[in-house]
Design a protein around this ligand. Structure first.
Ligand code: URA
Length: 214
């Protein structure tokens, strides 16, 4: 039952997120600082994407009194990283949700067609019971994200959110068309894609900047 779900794009416009992202975009930002900022932003994005998790009341006893207090109603969310750049968002998210299980989806973009090609897939078995948070820092063409969501839904994921750092309008459009039930959380929606499929102004190749491979 996806048809009646309103598609959503949440731009996390918290001043600290915006400030950190600007420093990350700078081409001369060094690797350790880039990584540190990514970890910090990821935690803040995790905070936003989990904002509406359902709570249940339980009875507890503090050192002072018995009381009813809220606890997550469902098992903790699981995180699905789209390799390899998605891994850059994991540490910060795990700082906030340390008991999250983590799945890995290996997809690369064919440099000619820009289509997603699968090379690895291992995900938690009980995704259907959890909020499934799919992470990839750059939502560019949307092909990779759509392919990952197709695979996860086939495997039972039902309540999915997609988290990125920077999105292109083209990627958002593609994702909304294919998966209108999946809300998108991003720190920025940029201007466009260039002819190589890079986001403009973007921050360059996120994988290379996270792992220092350039
Ligand atoms: N992937 C990246 O790492 N950067 C972009 O700008 C687009 C896709």
């Amino acid at each position: 039952m996806q048809a009646d779900v309103t598609p959503e794009v949440t731009v996390v416009d918290h001043p600290l997120v915006q400030h950190k992202l600007t420093i990350m975009r700078e081409k001369d930002t060094a690797l350790p600082e880039f990584r540190r900022l990514l970890r910090e932003i990821s935690l803040l994005l995790a905070y936003e994407v989990t904002r509406h998790l359902e709570l249940k009341q339980i009875e507890i006893e503090t050192p002072v009194a018995k009381t009813a207090a809220p606890l997550l109603a469902r098992p903790e969310p699981c995180l699905i990283t789209i390799l390899r750049a998605g891994n850059g968002l994991l540490d910060g998210m795990l700082d906030l949700i340390p008991s999250a299980s983590v799945g890995h989806v290996g997809l690369y973009r064919d440099p000619k067609t820009l289509e997603a090609v699968e090379y690895y897939y291992k995900v938690p078995k009980d995704m259907g019971q959890r909020l499934t948070i799919v992470v990839d820092p750059m939502l560019a063409t949307g092909h990779t994200a759509v392919a990952a969501l197709d695979m996860l839904k086939k495997d039972g994921a039902a309540d999915i959110s997609f988290v990125c750092l920077v999105a292109a309008p083209e990627g958002i459009e593609e994702l909304r068309k294919a998966h209108p039930d999946v809300p998108v959380f991003t720190a920025a929606v940029d201007e466009k894609l260039n002819d190589k499929g890079y986001i403009v102004p973007g921050l360059g190749d996120a994988g290379d900047r996270i792992f220092g491979t350039k």
